[in-house]
Design a protein around this ligand. Structure first.
Ligand SMILES: C[S@@+](CC[C@H](N)C(=O)[O-])C[C@H]1O[C@@H](n2cnc3c(N)ncnc32)[C@H](O)[C@@H]1O
Length: 257
């Protein structure tokens, strides 16, 4: 019963937002013709990722030569205020990812342009913006809100006001947002993928984002164990990624040659 209610709420959420009609059409077609394709290769990648996985601390050392300093030490005031905002948010969304990885990738590349997919509360945006603001750089984000909760106004709610001048948020599905973002910026120092977790969505976005990552730039994808899209993409392109075990989930990360 709860599932039926959630699906109905999501469907009406789409209907109320014409900018998301293209995604609604794609979702309907996907659900009719390839319902289980989202998880393609999940078992294979779980074994692959488990065998390769290292801790965030090791990854920062190996990839960037940085010692990991927790956010609670780097930005105690900003973190406390953001946690307070998450706590008072009336809707529940996906929680914080590996903030130190995202922040360090921006610091390592002296990032001026960063693109991310998937915002929710805005934890990854918060981490990237804290670095970008030092160079007056720009974060381009793509996000489709959680439609069953009607929470558009809370997307990115943990991002402090003072960082918003460095932020451009595109409120469409990635397939519409990314072309708009690429119309404004052609090359990025860091790419962070954390939105649609279906095989096709990930593969499509990787194929769009990778060519626009500059040489020496950092590519990060969350939840690479949901299917084999990340592994397959790396194998096809001769990339040897680092896999990070973050609180039981796997994050894929590599530097572009
Ligand atoms: C895991 S959350 C992102 C968490 C965020 N990166 C953070 O660190 O706080 C995933 C977000 O991606 C959005 N999303 C899912 N599919 C999408 C799509 N096809 N296009 C754009 N956004 C999408 C969800 O609505 C949700 O807000």
């Amino acid at each position: 019963m709860n599932e039926i209610l959630r699906i109905s709420k999501t469907f009406f959420g789409y209907l109320k937002r014409p900018r998301l009609y293209p995604e609604l059409g794609r979702k309907i077609i996907k659900n009719i013709f390839s319902r289980n394709a989202a998880f393609r290769g999940k078992e294979k990648t779980f074994l692959w990722a488990s065998a390769k996985a290292i801790s965030p601390e090791e990854a920062l050392k190996i990839l960037f030569g940085f010692e990991m300093k927790p956010f609670s030490e780097l930005f105690p005031e900003e973190l406390k205020a953001a946690q307070q905002k998450e706590k008072s948010c009336p809707i529940k969304m996906g929680g914080a990812g590996a903030l130190e990885l995202i922040y360090s990738a921006c610091e390592f590349t002296h990032a001026k342009n960063v693109v991310e997919t998937g915002v929710a509360y805005g934890w990854s945006s918060f981490a990237a913006l804290l670095s970008l603001a030092k160079r007056n750089g720009t974060l381009y984000s793509s996000d489709m809100p959680y439609l069953d909760q009607n929470g558009d106004q809370y997307v990115g709610c943990v991002v402090p006001e003072k960082l918003k001048s460095n932020w451009k948020l595109f409120r469409h599905a990635d397939k519409e947002s990314l072309p708009k973002i690429f119309g404004e910026a052609h090359e990025f120092d860091v790419v962070h993928y954390d939105s649609d977790k279906a095989y096709e969505g990930m593969s499509w976005a990787y194929s769009q984002l990778y060519p626009r990552l500059r040489a020496g730039g950092v590519f990060i994808s969350d939840d690479i164990n949901d299917n084999s899209a990340f592994q397959d993409f790396c194998e096809k392109n001769g990339i040897e990624p680092t896999v990070v075990d973050f609180e039981g989930k796997f994050v894929g990360i590599f530097l572009k040659n």
